[in-house]
Design a protein around this ligand. Structure first.
Ligand SMILES: C[S@@+](CC[C@H](N)C(=O)[O-])C[C@H]1O[C@@H](n2cnc3c(N)ncnc32)[C@H](O)[C@@H]1O
Length: 318
């Protein structure tokens, strides 16, 4: 199914892309703030680097941390990242048959939650159907229950797309270990140039990924392109804390503890230094909302979690 969505109208898209690059350059010249001061330059954490250097450095960060990525997430956030991701699924509330594209999907956390969610919804429906048959015998109930394929997702599907081979490798191994196979595919691809046809997906998610992308506006335009009309964009990302007391504690923890944890657990201080710096560089909730609107999304809104430590932005292609 995923293969049929890949490529197709790429030539038309390449033409549009040239125009978009010019637009991006003009936008960069007209606005300050989070966008690069000059074309070809951007930020890697607190450093100013060339755009190609940023892509390489981001690639190296995730190549280096891939094997310890899940362990580090749990250690750094004391497991709270799991609640944030659960919250994303709760907001998504996918309907039966939904086609999800999880970009920068890394080791599959969002995809596995999607599968669990869809399975538990199906399970609930099966139970409701069985309960609605008043006069079934015990044998008939058992037979009907076992006839259902409880692993089936009823047509729902999730594609995990990530630019980093190592992250995908860890994710695929994890999916085998945890028994996720149906309704799931893994695709190597860049958020800025997605290898999928226009209007292919019902839902697009990106969790803790967009901050690492060199041209955020380009990634947002790609999200818009691959979503079907009526499709939903959801982004979970670190954001700006709106409480001064929590903000001071959070800064202290981020700069004094996280790189140390990175060194102790993953043997990698620099990657986790980049993590905390890149969070500070990311646009505020309102600025990011405007960027999503600029890409064409409507009904854009956001919800802060943990006083804005992270935020979930959502919008629709209408
Ligand atoms: C912090 S991890 C998030 C992984 C996963 N979404 C999660 O929430 O655990 C960021 C991911 O973004 C990916 N990434 C960075 N730049 C990307 C790009 N341009 N296109 C696609 N993925 C990218 C990295 O390879 C990495 O797997």
């Amino acid at each position: 199914m995923a293969a049929s969505m890949v490529v197709g109208s790429r030539r038309v898209w390449d033409g549009c892309r040239r125009g978009q690059r010019v637009l991006r350059l003009l936008r960069g010249l007209c606005s300050g703030g989070q966008r690069p001061a000059t074309d070809g330059e951007t930020h890697f954490g607190f450093q100013t680097v060339s755009e190609s250097e940023k892509s390489e450095k981001v690639y190296q960060v995730f190549e280096n941390v891939a094997k310890k990525y899940d362990l580090m997430n749990d250690s750094m956030s004391l497991g709270i990242h799991r609640l944030w991701k659960d919250n994303l699924l709760h907001q998504m509330n996918p309907y039966p048959g939904s086609q999800l594209l999880d970009v920068a999907g890394g080791t599959g956390d969002i995809a596995f939650r999607f599968i669990n969610y869809v399975r538990s919804q199906r399970e609930r429906r099966i139970q409701q159907q069985l309960r609605s048959h008043q006069n079934l015998s015990w044998q008939e109930i058992t037979k009907l229950y076992h006839e259902e394929d409880h692993q089936s997702l009823g047509g729902s599907h999730v594609v995990v797309c990530d630019i980093n081979k190592e992250m995908l490798k860890v994710g695929k191994k994890k999916s085998q270990r945890l028994g996720y196979s149906k309704g799931l595919s893994w695709v190597l691809g860049d958020a800025e140039e997605l290898p999928f046809n226009n209007d292919s997906f019902d839902i697009y998610t990106i969790a803790f990924g967009i901050r690492n992308v060199t041209h955020i506006d380009q990634a947002l335009q790609e999200a818009y392109r691959v979503l079907k009309p009526g499709g939903r964009f959801l982004c979970l990302e670190f954001s700006h804390v709106n409480n001064s007391f929590i903000s001071s504690l959070y800064d202290l923890y981020s700069f004094q503890v996280i790189p140390v944890l990175g060194e102790v657990i993953a043997g990698d201080w620099k990657s986790y230094q980049y993590l905390v710096e890149s969070i500070r560089r990311f646009p505020s909730q309102v600025e990011f909302k405007e960027m999503i609107e600029d890409a064409g999304f409507l009904k854009v809104d956001y919800q802060n979690l943990g006083s804005g430590i992270v935020a979930i932005h959502s919008g629709f292609k209408l």
